[in-house]
Design a protein around this ligand. Structure first.
Ligand SMILES: Nc1ncnc2c1ncn2[C@@H]1O[C@H](COP(=O)(O)OP(=O)(O)OP(=O)(O)O)[C@@H](O)[C@H]1O
Ligand SMILES: [Mg+2]
Length: 403
C-alpha cells in the first residue's frame, strides 16, 4: 500500500498538492497535471482512505463510483476525467476541481454568525442540483432508458463553484454495496439523516428518494438547523420510521408559502405524494424563482459563495475562536438538551419570533437569530475546500453531520 503525501506523483502524472478532506470512503486531494510549455491543470484526485484500502467491497464501490460518474456529462455534475491504478495497485479517480465550498460550509458560514441563508440563493442552488438529477434520472443509453440515481444527496456532495455554478458530486455509489454502507457505522454516519424513509425499511432507491434527500438539504439550509438530528444513527433511524417535518414557514416566516410547500412536498413520507420526477420539482421551483422581485442568477450565487468564504475565513481569527469557545461553554450539553427533532412546540427554539430577512434581501446576514437557533451551534469553522493551500491545511474539527 502506498502512503500519500504532498509532492508525490500518482499514476506518473498527478502531483498531489494538498489533502483537502476525507469523506466516508475516500480522501480528496487537490492535484496538478503538468503538460508542455509550463501548462498546468488543477484537478481533484480521490483516493480510497488509507485505512480502507484493500477492502474488496470498498474497492468495488470506488470502481462503481468511477464507472457511473464517467457515464454522466452535465454542467451541474462534477465531471470525471480519469480513473486508474497506481504502481502500488491502489486506485485513483480524477475529476474536475471545483474551486469553492460545499453547501454544508455555505450553511455553516451563516451559522457561525447566528444568521440564516438567503432562501432565494438556496433555491437557485437547488435548481442546479435538480438539473443534474433530472439529467441523470432520465439518462438514455443506446435509445433505452438508463437512469442513474444519486443515492447520496447531502450538503457535502453539493459543491458551489466561486463563479456561481452548482455541481453535484459523487454519483454512482454501488448498488450492491448499499447494505454495507448501512451497516458500517464508519461509512454511513451522518448520511442517514438525508436518507428517504422507505430506504431505511429496505425499499429500493428511486428518483423520488433522491428528491427526499434534496428536500432535507433545502429544509436544513433555509431553516438553519438540522431536520433529523439524533444523538446516534439509531435515533435518526427511529425518527425516519415516522418522520415529522416541522413547518418551514414557522422557522422562516419570510419565505414564500409556495416555496415552503414545495419543500414539504419533496419531504412527504409516502413517495407517491412527492414530486414524481426531478423535472417536476424543477419546474415548480423555477416558477417560484420567477415570482421573485429580482431574478437570481449565477452572479448572485457567485457573490453569495464568495461572501460565505470570506465569513468562514473571518471566523477563523483568534477572536472568533474565543467567541466560539465562549458560546460552546454556555451551550446546553447535547446529552441534556431536548432532542432537536421534537414536535412539541415547547421544545423548539422559537425562531419565528426572531427578526427575519426581507424576501428581497439576497445579502447574507439579513436575519439574525440566537446562536442557539441553529442546531449545529457554534462549531468551529470547517476547512475551505476552494480557498487555497494555506487555509485548507488548517484542519478543524469536522461538522457534526460529517462522517
Ligand atoms: N471535485 C472536487 N473539487 C473540490 N473539492 C472537492 C471535490 N470533490 C470533493 N471535494 C471536497 O472534498 C470533500 C470530501 O469529499 P468526499 O466525496 O470524499 O466525501 P463526502 O462528500 O463528505 O462524503 P461521501 O463519501 O458521501 O461523498 C468534499 O466534501 C468537498 O469539500
Ligand atoms: Mg462526496
Amino acid at each position: 500500500m502506498s502512503v500519500d503525501e504532498v509532492g508525490i506523483k500518482i499514476g506518473g502524472r498527478y502531483e498531489l498538492i494538498q489533502d483537502v478532506a476525507s469523506g466516508g470512503m475516500a480522501t480528496v486531494w487537490r492535484a496538478a497535471v503538468h503538460g508542455a510549455a509550463g501548462f498546468t491543470r488543477v484537478v481533484a484526485l480521490k483516493r480510497i482512505r488509507e485505512d480502507l484500502r484493500g477492502l474488496p467491497h470498498i474497492v468495488d464501490m470506488f470502481v462503481e463510483e468511477a464507472r457511473v460518474g464517467a457515464a454522466l456529462r452535465h454542467p451541474n455534475v462534477v465531471q470525471v476525467h480519469d480513473f486508474g491504478v497506481d504502481e502500488n495497485g491502489d486506485h485513483y479517480l480524477v475529476t474536475e476541481w471545483v474551486q469553492g465550498i460545499h453547501l454544508g460550509d455555505y450553511a455553516q458560514s451563516y451559522e457561525v454568525r447566528g444568521e440564516k441563508a438567503p432562501f432565494e440563493i438556496v433555491t437557485a442552488m437547488a435548481i442546479g442540483v435538480l438539473r443534474a438529477l433530472s439529467a441523470a434520472h432520465t439518462r438514455m443509453e443506446v435509445g433505452k432508458p438508463a437512469p442513474i440515481l444519486h443515492r447520496d444527496v447531502t450538503p457535502q456532495n453539493i459543491l458551489l463553484d466561486e463563479n456561481g455554478v452548482v455541481k453535484l458530486a459523487d454519483f454512482g455509489l454501488a448498488r450492491a454495496m448499499d447494505r454495507d454502507r448501512m451497516t458500517s457505522p464508519d461509512i454511513v454516519k451522518g448520511k442517514l439523516s438525508y436518507m428517504a424513509p422507505e430506504l431505511t425499511r429496505g425499499g429500493l432507491p428511486t428518483a423520488r428518494s433522491d428528491l427526499f434527500s434534496l428536500g432535507v438539504v433545502m429544509w436544513e439550509t433555509i431553516a438553519g438547523q438540522r431536520l433529523f438530528d439524533g444523538l446516534s444513527d439509531a435515533e435518526v433511524y427511529q425518527m425516519l420510521q415516522a418522520p415529522k417535518v416541522p413547518m418551514l414557514s414557522m422557522k422562516r416566516p419570510d419565505i414564500p408559502l409556495s416555496l415552503a410547500m414545495q419543500i414539504h412536498r419533496a419531504l412527504e413520507t409516502d413517495p407517491a405524494k412527492r414530486f414524481q420526477s426531478a423535472q417536476e420539482m424543477l419546474t415548480e421551483l423555477l416558477k417560484d424563482q420567477r415570482r421573485l422581485p429580482e431574478p437570481v442568477d449565477a452572479p448572485d450565487i457567485s457573490q453569495s459563495v464568495r461572501e460565505a468564504i470570506r465569513r468562514l475565513r473571518a471566523s477563523k481569527t483568534p477572536e472568533a475562536a474565543r467567541l466560539a469557545n465562549e458560546a460552546a461553554k454556555n451551550a446546553v450539553p447535547k446529552a441534556l438538551a431536548v432532542p432537536a427533532f421534537s414536535n412539541s412546540p415547547a421544545s423548539r427554539p422559537d425562531v419565528s419570533r426572531q427578526a427575519a430577512p426581507s424576501a428581497k434581501s439576497k445579502t447574507p446576514g439579513a436575519a439574525r437569530v440566537s446562536s442557539k437557533g441553529g442546531a449545529r451551534g457554534s462549531a468551529p469553522p470547517p476547512p475551505l475546500p476552494g480557498s487555497g493551500s494555506s487555509e485548507r491545511s488548517q484542519s478543524v474539527p469536522p461538522r457534526p453531520n460529517k462522517k
